[in-house]
Design a protein around this ligand. Structure first.
Ligand code: DQA
Length: 137
């Protein structure tokens, strides 16, 4: 089983960025624990702050991988392009968020990803990624 985690803008700053909201752990550190836990899964990780790079990556993996775990971060709430890419590809996408976006500002209640996603997992901290992997197993 080949899965990829795709993270959008500012998620490279996890650990430093608003730790009260997103936690104190870096994603690289958390990713190692996921690799250790899910040894039978070929797990990849990609992060970009650039919308077009996220779309290119979705297109690249979206016809051959078994699953995509996507946290498009702020682009979730703005990007028709990423939403369209999710609908254009064959591989199922699980949308993930660290925080419960529905408890936050109103602009975060909108997602351009959800309507094309297999499902949405949000509000469980970094564990949201773990739950998303489990949803593919
Ligand atoms: C986020 C929620 C988004 O609203 C925000 O812009 C992020 C992170 C989350 O994982 O909770 O950057 O996607």
């Amino acid at each position: 089983m080949k899965l990829i985690i795709i993270n959008g803008p500012n998620l490279n700053l996890l650990g430093k960025r608003e730790p009260e909201m997103y936690g104190k752990q870096t994603f690289e550190d958390y990713f190692s624990t996921l690799q250790f836990k899910f040894k039978d899964v070929q797990l990849e990780y990609f992060q970009s702050n650039i919308e077009g790079d996220l779309i290119t990556k979705l297109q690249e993996v979206g016809f051959s991988y078994d699953g995509i775990i996507l946290n498009a971060a702020a682009y979730t709430h703005t990007s028709v392009g990423i939403g369209d890419a999710v609908k254009a590809i064959k591989t199922l996408v699980v949308e993930v968020h660290i925080s419960n976006t529905h408890k936050r500002e109103e602009f975060r209640h909108i997602s351009y990803i959800s309507s094309g996603a297999k499902g949405v997992i949000l509000g469980f901290g970094l564990q949201s990624y773990d739950l998303a992997i489990q949803s593919f197993l």
